[in-house]
Design a protein around this ligand. Structure first.
Ligand SMILES: [Fe+2]
Length: 321
């Protein structure tokens, strides 16, 4: 997860449980869309509520492959997951994370524009020419992890979102794919629908009134959740026993946006100051792939200038994690 994002995550480092919202859990049935037949309805739902749940986005082979990837890399490279010694300081209380698996594993490249969820992402961000890659990581809340208590928070935002008309397309969009079943008692991803238009969760609670609710998202492995990074969300603790594996991919909006009122929005800023794109993707022979991987931070610029010198990568805080 991005440094900027984690600074906004209010964790209880003293062992006390964090306040996980106002306790107004939704009792409605969760609405999920099959992206292959319900793309337009899924997009309409996202634009109304700031998130959408997509069902059956990964096939059994993909779920097996990604879980095997976890097992293999945790065994072969435990340090990449923070499994040796102390947990990674940037992800304490948050379970395990492999921050940059794309760097050394081209086998993951096909997932960066997955045929199930990517068409929805593309439609929401304004079409293929406007979709940019930001970040790709794997996370695990291990079995018997206990209660970590993450507060409701939003991820990266642009302040102009309160004034601009229209609000959409959003600036960043995150796709979370469940790689294990997330049922009752498992640490579910949870959102407050339509809270992306408010400065605080309290303001959302007061303004949305009876429409305010906290929606834990339970779903089978292969379920995908797309959310506007401005929406309030958290990971519910669950029972502290069950394991959860999730793949997180962030997308940004690219290109200059001109609306009817002549207001111009620039491409979304980079999400982190450390995330790196490997040479095979950043300098890909295909122009559309290069454009997709074109949002470089300054660390990436320096790495490219060095022709992807390993010593530069070695010196970076998460160069091998
Ligand atoms: Fe977050």
């Amino acid at each position: 997860m991005a440094v900027k994002l984690e600074q906004q995550t209010n964790l209880s480092g003293d062992g006390k449980l964090a306040n996980q919202g106002f306790g107004k859990l939704s009792d409605s049935e969760l609405e999920a869309f099959n992206p292959k037949i319900d793309l337009e309805r899924a997009c309409a739902f996202f634009r109304e509520f700031g998130y959408v749940v997509l069902s059956d986005c990964l096939n059994p082979q993909e779920i097996e492959h990604l879980n095997e990837f976890y097992d293999r890399t945790q065994k072969q490279h435990p340090e990449k997951w923070g499994l040796e010694g102390n947990r990674k300081p940037h992800h304490r209380h948050q379970g395990l994370i492999f921050s940059q698996p794309l760097l050394d594993y081209p086998e993951l490249d096909p997932y960066t524009q997955h045929p199930s969820s990517y068409p929805v992402v593309s439609e929401l961000l304004g079409g293929d020419e406007c979709v940019r890659f930001s970040e790709f990581n794997f996370r695990e809340t291990p079995e018997n992890a206990g209660l970590g208590a993450m507060n409701f928070h939003h991820d990266a935002v642009r302040e102009d979102r309160f004034e601009r008309m229209p609000y959409y397309p959003c600036d960043w969009l995150c796709a979370i794919h469940y790689l294990t079943d997330v049922g009752q008692g498992a640490p579910a991803f949870c959102v407050v629908p339509a809270s992306n238009r408010f400065k605080t969760l309290k303001e959302a609670h007061e303004s949305l009134e009876e429409h305010y609710s906290e929606v834990p998202i339970y779903g089978a492995a292969g379920t995908c959740i797309l959310y506007d990074t401005a929406i309030y969300h958290t990971r519910y603790d669950g029972d502290g026993v069950q394991r959860r594996r999730t793949w997180h991919q962030y997308y940004a909006r690219g290109g200059w946006l001109r609306t009817d009122t002549k207001y111009i929005r620039s491409p979304s800023p980079v999400l982190t100051d450390w995330n790196l794109f490997p040479k095979r993707l950043a300098l890909h022979p295909d122009e559309s792939t290069r454009r997709f991987f074109s949002h470089w931070n300054t660390a990436q610029c320096e790495w490219v200038a060095s022709d992807f010198d390993d010593t530069l990568r070695d010196a970076m805080p998460r160069g091998h994690q």
